[in-house]
Ligand binder design. Structure first.
Ligand code: UGA
Length: 432
């Protein structure tokens, strides 16, 4: 079949998930209409500028540019697409619930009953129960020509293209199996199992997956904290645990806690979803608290070596919430920097990619453009993000320009023997 024979697929909300979804659907051979209300972003995309840093994404957009169109008009989507994805963001409100205002803004503009059939596919993470509410609303508002499908996304930033095209599973929640089948057909060439469920189950699979992974991280972080007390090494412990296939090796890297636009938001939202239905999710309360305290431990480690932090200079290596992304949302670096500034320290930072976005995210830190300039005259270095560039630090040169040779490795990324051999005091998280 030639690509022009295919119906276009719509994607509403061109953030991380939306842009990757649209690009990968184009890569799978579909014509894709990408819609966002941000006219500047759409104009930039039309001119070939990519608004986010994500490996492989620019190349894939370029490769598929004939199949991708960018618009600010929802009408374009409804005119040209039977199936359209909603991928707008659902940030947390002050109560911890997911803010669905962007989802409802799209809903309010859906066309009234027409003889054209549409399938609204929810990619955004929405609280369990939202899909059923929306599909009832569609029926009530006499928009019975629009069917609803939940199709949560499991991609990670930094490896988003790979994850989208090589998923572990595809989850499709629908009321009507025939409609779910239409969405499943988009993924027919993928090797992953397709799980067809009802709508709340699909929504819960997404929250439960993120919450479980976050729980794994908080668990290993607590093990790391105990390791420090008893002289064990958490890296070796995690490796030993990971050999057990029931546990698995992934997501057992202890450090200064999880960040990003998903885990903090989704764990809190799941706790709220449970709370709103009268269930107190004790475990998640602890997961969140452990994650908060973990960032404070780095401050304690600095104080242990430096005494008061007032007027000390602390250099942060890395700002992004994880490597291979420019994303600073809920990044541990932001919380850490704010605490250090609060204690009167001078905070400097270098990140291979996130610097241009950092000035807006955190005020009062001195942004530097390479490793040596950030460590110059500092009393300590904290490795916050495990970028490849930091794997082989220029230790000799660093030692010459630093005030004190102290490295706190917030990601257990460096080789302690090598760092100590270069004359540094080294502390990881739960490492001997
Ligand atoms: C996460 C999930 O992994 C994806 O499956 C999901 O689709 C996505 O959220 C989402 O809901 O959109 P992401 O936030 O991009 O993906 O990044 P992760 O690789 O999961 O890392 C999240 C945080 O956990 C990072 O701050 C990372 O440094 C931290 N982390 C991860 C650890 O501290 N230790 C680990 O062992 C793993």
């Amino acid at each position: 079949m030639s690509t022009s024979d295919k119906t276009s697929i719509g994607v509403i909300g061109i953030g991380y998930v939306g842009l990757v979804t649209g690009t990968c659907l184009a890569e799978l051979g579909n014509n894709v209409v990408c819609m966002d209300i941000d006219a500047e972003k759409i104009e930039a995309l039309r001119e070939g500028q990519i608004p986010i840093y994500e490996p492989e994404l620019p190349e894939l957009i370029l490769k598929n540019r004939d199949r991708m169109t960018f618009t600010t008009s929802l009408a374009d989507i409804f005119d040209r697409c039977e199936i359209f994805f909603i991928a707008v963001d659902t940030p947390p409100t002050f109560t911890g619930d997911a803010d669905l205002s962007r989802v409802f803004a799209v809903m309010s503009e859906l066309p009234g009953l027409s003889n054209k059939h549409h399938v609204l596919v929810m990619k955004s993470t929405v609280p369990v129960g939202t899909g059923l509410k929306i599909s009832s609303e569609l029926a009530r508002q006499e928009m019975a020509n629009i069917d609803y499908v939940s199709n949560p996304e499991f991609l990670r930033e930094g490896s988003a293209i790979h994850d989208f095209l090589n998923p572990d599973r595809i989850v499709i929640g629908s009321r009507d199996p025939g409609i779910g089948e239409k969405v499943a057909a988009l993924y027919r060439n993928m090797k992953a199992p397709i799980l067809k469920t009802n709508i709340p189950t699909a929504e819960m699979i997404k929250y439960a997956s993120n919450a479980f992974l976050a729980t794994k991280i908080s668990f290993i972080n607590e093990i790391a904290n105990v390791c420090e007390e008893v002289g064990a090494d958490v890296c070796v412990v995690a490796d030993g645990m990971g050999h057990d296939r029931r546990i698995g090796k992934h997501f057992l890297n202890a450090g200064i806690g999880f960040g990003g636009s998903c885990f903090p938001k989704d764990v809190t939202a799941l706790k709220q979803i449970a709370g709103n239905s009268g269930y107190h999710f004790q475990l998640l309360t602890a997961v969140i608290e452990v994650n908060e305290l973990q960032k404070r431990r780095v401050v304690n480690k600095l104080q242990k070596h430096l005494g008061t932090l007032a007027d000390k200079t602390i250099a942060l290596l890395g700002l992004a919430f994880k490597p291979n992304t420019s994303d600073l949302r809920e990044a541990s670096s932001i919380v850490l920097a704010s605490r250090l500034l609060g204690d009167g320290a001078l905070v400097k930072a270098y990140d291979p990619v996130a610097i241009p976005y950092a000035a807006k995210a955190v005020r009062g830190i001195l942004l530097c453009d390479n490793i040596l300039s950030v460590v110059k005259d500092s009393d300590a270095v904290v490795l916050v993000t495990e970028w490849d560039e930091f794997a082989d630090l220029p230790l000799e040169e660093m030692k010459k320009v630093m005030r004190r040779p102290l490295i706190i490795d917030g990601r257990n990324f460096l080789d302690p023997r090598k760092v100590r051999a270069a004359g540094f005091t080294y502390e990881g998280i739960g490492r001997v």
